[in-house]
Design a protein around this ligand. Structure first.
Ligand code: DGL
Length: 269
């Protein structure tokens, strides 16, 4: 099989990474996609790094069995805890990408010398990974970060664009830690669903960065540079989840924007 026609593997702790998968399918409509949502183990944001690493390796085995040419970790928490390990584990079998590096590189090009904010899970924020990567670029960017652990479960329960989500979002954004920022990184793949509410809060005074678009563009750049784009013009999309409940089927539509079929693929048998 020609490597160009191999699928792109995308994984997340659950269904939040479907925001990234959706951006990828819009920008790269000819690519085959295999998505894995580890719904049996979500949320990753409150788990230890060791647990997230073990789950991530298991998922990579599934994606490698599907001959994926690229494995995109569409979860900030897993990108923070497991990217280096997964990259070593996968080796030359596939290119491994994460959702943090493209966003950091976007910030270094657009916000040098500025103060920017980050919101994400406890795992992502407490890992300090964004701060380390931003500091390494030496662009004099000052990062202020706040863990916002209520937001992912809130969104998954369908609470967005309503008064309950508005008061939780406003309470977090009002935090002293996020004062005087010029941009805000949405450091969790669930958050594109509340971007409009965050934009409303800032009234155009802060640039809100939806990393799903930035990540999809950087994946496209990689495929073009490496001449790995699929040349065919039909594409398959396969969606696996490690634990199946009817509510995932319903929420999936919210995250992906259209109804999709979920296949149950238990990670541990
Ligand atoms: N989608 C995950 C992320 O991007 C957050 C959800 C979770 O805690 O599993 O960090």
């Amino acid at each position: 099989m020609n490597i160009n026609s191999s699928p792109i593997g995308i994984f997340d702790s659950g269904i939040g990474g479907l925001t990234v998968a959706h951006a990828v399918t819009k920008l790269l409509p000819n690519e085959h996609i295999v998505y894995f949502g580890d719904t049996a183990h979500l949320p990753y944001g409150d788990k230890s790094s060791a647990a997230i690493q073990a789950y991530s390796i298991k998922i990579c085995n599934v994606l490698l069995q599907q001959n994926c040419k690229v494995i995109l970790i569409a979860c900030n928490s897993a990108s923070a805890a497991a990217f280096e390990l997964v990259r070593e584990y996968v080796g030359s079998k596939a290119k491994v990408l994460n959702v943090i590096d493209p966003c950091v590189s976007y910030c270094s090009k657009n916000f040098a010398g500025k103060t920017i904010g980050l919101i994400g899970t406890k795992q992502t924020v407490n890992s300090n990974i964004y701060r380390k990567k931003i500091d390494d670029l030496r662009q004099n960017i000052h990062l202020k970060s706040l863990a916002t652990p209520l937001l992912a479960p809130m969104i998954e329960e369908g609470f967005f664009n309503n008064t309950i989500s508005e008061s939780i979002i406003n309470e977090y954004l009002h935090n002293e830690e996020l004062k005087e920022i010029e941009a805000l990184i949405l450091g969790c793949t669930h958050y594109p669903l509340i971007k409009t509410q965050i934009d409303n809060y800032y009234q155009g005074k802060v640039t809100v960065l939806d990393s799903s678009q930035i990540v999809a563009q950087s994946l496209k750049d990689y495929l073009v540079e490496s001449q790995l784009e699929n040349q065919g013009n039909t594409s398959n999309k396969q969606f696996y989840i490690s634990d199946y409940t009817k509510s995932f089927e319903t929420s999936t539509k919210i995250f992906f924007g259209e109804q999709i079929k979920l296949d149950h693929y238990p990670l541990w048998e």
